[in-house]
Design a protein around this ligand. Structure first.
Ligand code: ADP
Ligand code: MG
Length: 631
């Protein structure tokens, strides 16, 4: 018998619970459900956000509702529109196997007549915000005179928001003999007062500590340019060497692609989404629970019900379409009393969603900046030092010590430490010393070393098209003016080379240049534009160094680091390959697709002169340092 069955829930609920992927009831559910099922009683339940209160009242409520009777039998009051919709949605999921049970959301900002019509059609459960509910009652659009259940969800928040009078007025419109269930994270005086006024001998349930503030999850966001999302993710992982995380993407395809990239870049990652077979999913979850996977890249649906303790970070690689889903995501961390961090990687255009989420989670976000190369190097260095300190020595090693001592003889302790640490650390330093900071400033701002562009400042760009694409300076200038919709003199100092070119615009146009040109194709090839640090133009690019591959999340980012590649290659050789393919083993077919696509594209990339080295295959950003694997 499963745990939910033991609580007394019936078959149709058990089926829905199975679909939701809930394995075990949470504490508040365990305490509240049997009481509410067995007794007709009032109840006060105190439990923090994210402890599963919706199901704690939702399950017993659904079981007690008479679905064959179309009258309104229950009213759930909740503080905000978002929560109202979220609860409605949850209740609908819970009751999906119950024919004839209808739940309607009633909230401000949407058509009141439409809501009234839905209620009229027969809604046994109404989920409402107090303001709109009061409005409906005043206009006689709803009848709650005969309800059996009234639930005050997030009561403290409702009162915080000044709904005291509305609540009193609404409750006085309900029958004496109904049951009232009050759920709250905290018990301030006002909540206690409501309880006294409208409840009789309520059963009291407390989960965790009374009045303990909100949650064990802290929320952070990082503002980046859209094209820097992936690089930002890697840096966050590098800055948290012990990360054990769920990384959320919006689509199955993104989920798969990001997981693959991470794996290629040497992270312990795997994808979890609905296109995997059950066996594959089980395999991934087993590795995740076993901590062989540090970054589980998942869709919302697939990650539902993931119940793994000690997840240190939830990463919103992309925000969900429905911001309400954010709660489900961040609830994957901070479980079982542990602390957790929920991170959002966000672009300027999505920024307003942060305050919407703050209203839902009732917590503030902290804005943070992606650590720069030096910071990451410091973190990694300390991590390494700690790892050395904590490493247990296997005395097998004694047999080899004489030979090793002979080699290392003559090095002082200081030298030895420096060298040992450098073995790991050089990779990070040589990778990161060439990397720019990932702030969300426009590229133009970055080009002038952090100072905002001023009128009259010129910005010089590198672009990956040139005479080989049949451009000369005049035709390229025309092409750029046309594509960018700029005036006659707005593009200047056009300098066309064989496989690439340079040009200038005033700084005020640089956002537009980067935005538009990096999103157009020339004969099927993605154009790539970068800001050239060298105002004179050209020098830095003679050896082809630029980081186009990064941006495209694709091919050849590493080709510029010819010399270093060798050493990374060396590392790669040392990495246990079997292990890698094991972990990356989901969707193997796609991976080969991808490498095909990749080599296709690099064929098309117009930089023959740089291909002469013959170092294939090109991996995405192969200059990236390989992360030391957990052992
Ligand atoms: P609260 O109202 O206490 O803040 P919610 O009811 O919104 O919490 O639940 C938080 C999250 O936990 C939701 O994503 C919900 O689907 C999920 N959840 C609830 N109960 C369980 C359970 N028994 N097992 C797994 N996940 C659960
Ligand atoms: Mg809730």
């Amino acid at each position: 018998m499963n745990k939910f069955e033991q609580l007394g829930l019936n078959e149709s609920l058990l089926l829905a619970i199975k679909d939701l992927g809930f394995e075990n009831p949470s504490e508040v559910q365990e305490k509240a459900i049997p009481v509410l099922l067995e007794q007709n009683t009032d109840l006060v339940a105190l439990a923090q956000t994210g402890t599963g209160k919706t199901a704690a009242f939702g399950f017993p409520l659904i079981q007690k509702i008479d679905a064959e009777n179309r009258n309104t039998q229950a009213l759930i009051l909740s503080p905000t529109r978002e929560l109202c919709l979220q609860i409605t949605n949850e209740i609908k999921l819970y009751s999906k196997y119950i024919k004839g049970l209808h739940t309607v959301a009633v909230y401000g900002g949407a058509s009141i007549t439409e809501q009234a019509r839905e209620v009229k059609r027969g809604a046994q459960i109404i989920v409402a915000t107090p303001g709109r509910m009061q409005d409906m009652i005043n206009r006689g659009l709803v009848n709650i005179k005969n309800i059996d259940f009234c639930i005050l969800d997030e009561a403290d928040e409702m009162l915080n928001m000044g709904f005291y009078d509305d609540i009193c007025s609404i409750l006085s419109d309900t029958p004496e003999e109904k049951n009232t269930w009050l759920f709250s994270a905290t018990m301030p005086a006002e909540v206690a007062r409501i309880g006294k006024q409208f409840m009789s001998n309520p059963v009291e349930i407390t989960v965790g500590h009374k009045n303990s503030g909100s949650a064990t999850v802290s929320h952070e966001f990082y503002l980046v340019n859209a094209r820097d999302r992936y690089e930002a993710l890697k840096r966050l992982a590098d800055a948290n060497p012990d990360i054990f995380s769920v990384v959320f993407c919006r689509t199955k395809r993104d989920t798969q692609a990001i997981a693959e990239k991470l794996i290629e870049d040497g992270y312990n990652a795997a994808a979890l989404h609905g296109d995997l077979s059950q066996a594959q999913r089980d395999g991934v979850m087993k590795s995740f629970r076993g901590r062989q996977i540090q970054m589980l890249v998942a869709t919302d649906v697939a990650a539902r019900g993931i119940d793994v303790d000690n997840v240190t970070h939830v990463v919103n690689y992309q925000l969900p379409d429905e911001i309400e889903t954010y709660n489900h995501r961040s609830g994957r961390t901070g479980r079982a009393g542990k602390l957790g961090t929920s991170i959002v990687i966000i672009t300027k255009s999505e920024l307003r969603k942060i305050s919407a989420i703050e209203r839902i989670i009732k917590q503030k976000f902290e804005e943070k900046t992606i650590p720069n190369g030096i910071e990451i190097c410091e973190i990694q260095l300390l991590h390494l030092a700690n790892k050395i300190k904590d490493t247990e020595v296997d005395h097998e090693i004694d047999n080899y010590l004489p030979a090793i001592n002979e080699v290392l003889d003559g090095l002082s302790k200081e030298e030895l430490i420096k060298k040992m640490v450098s073995v790991e650390f050089n990779r990070f330093i040589s990778y990161y010393k060439k990397k720019r900071d990932l702030s969300s400033q426009s590229a133009g701002e970055r080009s002038s070393e952090g100072r905002a562009p001023q009128a009259g400042d010129a910005v010089r760009y590198f672009i990956n098209i040139g005479s080989r694409d049949n451009f000369d300076w005049m035709s390229l200038k025309d092409y750029l003016k046309e594509t960018l919709d700029l005036g006659r003199d707005d593009v200047f100092k056009v300098d066309v080379k064989e496989g690439f070119s340079f040009f200038n615009t005033d700084a005020e146009h640089s956002d537009k240049v980067m935005e538009i040109l990096n999103n157009v194709q020339l004969e099927g090839r993605r154009i790539n534009v970068e800001i050239s640090k060298n105002d004179g133009g050209g020098r830095r690019d003679h050896n082809g160094r630029h980081s186009g591959g990064e941006r495209r999340g694709g091919f050849g980012g590493g080709r510029s680091f010819g010399g270093e590649r060798k050493s990374f290659g060396g590392d790669r050789e040392r990495a246990p390959r079997g292990e890698r393919s094991d972990r990356g083993g989901f969707g193997g077919e796609r991976r080969s697709d991808r490498s095909e696509r990749r080599s296709d594209s690099s064929e098309r990339a117009p930089r023959n002169e740089r291909r002469s080295g013959g170092t294939t295959p090109r991996r995405s950003d192969s200059s990236a340092p390989r992360r030391p694997r957990r052992s």
